[in-house]
Design a protein around this ligand. Structure first.
Ligand code: IPM
Ligand code: MG
Length: 368
């Protein structure tokens, strides 16, 4: 089959890790008779430099015309001025919003080979296999008012955490459906002891839960969840939560996996996503959860595995190519078993591979 993939490599290490993701796609295509055509576009700081805006409408449209989007990372010190009118991150938020990708799936599982690369005790990590579903187009990131101004008594800034019933319903419902296909435990994470939006979120979760008597729903305050993620991480199955909470909790959860460089993500949307996700062929955007890592950009040091694992999710959810997705995930497992490590997952004194060499190792594991 022929597929078009929109590729937005972005800034920093984005282009380096995305290059390895494309090599993996090409190898899979050659092996299994698929052809991937790439529609390259700019997002983030590079787009600000070239066009004065972090995301052109033409780029959004190119993404809409593709089967899926593969994204690297955005941002860097060059564009970090707090007074700047436009920031690289605006491009990322805009594309998520315009493509209506309201559900960000961040699976966190532990490769046994990396247990020693984490600061946590091995017995705490055993059995960790969770899926965090982060609401991605609402909440504190997008609520209005959102602004800064100067009053007679000094400066003021405001962000707003706002949700409609529909926005909560669709993502929580997806949480239930995904939990149903896994270990049937859904943890809805909120701050209902303080926030009105959270009290509404919890109420809606309870109501939807009536449709899923086979799924054990529990509610957890976000601060408690932050604690339990490192205290009892194996107790979680599916977590569903607000945009900002999900952002923060998944950086924390990445420590369980050894490195941010290991964690992929899939952002999905569309009507009836809760019913359709398991069928494959849902339009989505795939990106590693890590950032642009300007400190190591251009040095062939970044770990491409989060991007390569994101490619696996792309194959599974947007192209309906499950066997191909599994082949990529198995290849990643194999390179770790073989002892290949980039700097972020290496133990002190261990030999490390560069970004491209890690890509080579994955291709070798995939076979000719
Ligand atoms: C992420 C990142 C982004 C976010 C930034 C770069 C805007 O941290 O994808 O988790 O906050 O969503
Ligand atoms: Mg983040």
């Amino acid at each position: 089959m022929d597929f078009t993939i929109a590729v937005l490599a972005g800034d920093g290490i984005g282009p380096e890790v995305v290059a390895q993701g494309k090599r993996v796609l090409d190898r899979i295509g050659a092996q299994r008779g698929h052809r991937f055509t790439y529609a390259e576009g700019m997002i983030g700081g590079c787009a600000i430099d070239a066009h004065g805006t972090a995301l052109l409408d033409a780029t959004t449209n190119a993404c809409l015309g593709a089967d899926a989007v593969l994204l690297g990372a955005v941002g860097g010190p060059k564009w970090d001025d707090p007074k700047a009118k436009t920031r690289p991150e605006d491009g990322l938020l805009k594309i998520r919003k315009e493509l209506q990708l309201f559900a960000n799936l961040r699976p966190i599982s532990i490769f046994p080979q990396l247990i020693d690369s984490t600061p946590l005790k091995p017995e705490i990590l055993r059995g960790v296999d969770m899926l965090v579903i982060r609401e991605l187009t609402g909440g504190l990131y997008f609520g209005k008012p959102k602004k800064r101004w100067t009053t007679t008594r000094g400066r003021r800034g405001v962000d707003t955490l706002s949700y409609s019933e529909k926005e909560v319903e669709r993502v929580v419902r997806l949480g239930f459906e995904m939990a149903r296909a896994r270990r049937k435990k859904l943890t809805s994470v909120d701050k209902a002891n303080v926030l009105e939006s959270s009290r509404m979120w919890r109420e809606i979760a309870i109501e939807i839960g009536k449709d899923y008597p086979d799924v054990a729903l529990s509610h957890m305050l976000v601060d408690t969840c932050a604690m339990n993620l490192i205290r009892t991480p194996a107790s979680f199955d599916v977590i569903v939560t607000e945009n900002t909470f999900g952002d923060i909790l998944t950086d924390e959860a990445s420590v369980l996996a050894g490195s941010m460089g290991m964690l992929p993500s899939a952002s999905l949307g569309g009507r009836n996503l809760a019913k359709k996700w398991s069928g494959g062929k849902i339009f989505g955007l795939y990106e590693p959860i890590h950032g642009s890592a300007p400190d190591i950009a251009g040095q062939d040091k970044a770990n491409p595995l989060a991007t390569i694992l994101s490619v696996a999710l792309l194959l599974r959810y947007s192209l309906g190519l499950r066997a191909e997705a599994q082949a990529v995930e198995a290849a990643v497992r194999r390179v770790l078993e073989q002892g290949h490590r980039t700097g972020d997952i290496a133990r002190p004194g261990e030999r490390t591979l560069g970004t491209r060499a890690m890509g080579d190792a994955v291709l070798a594991a995939l076979g000719g």
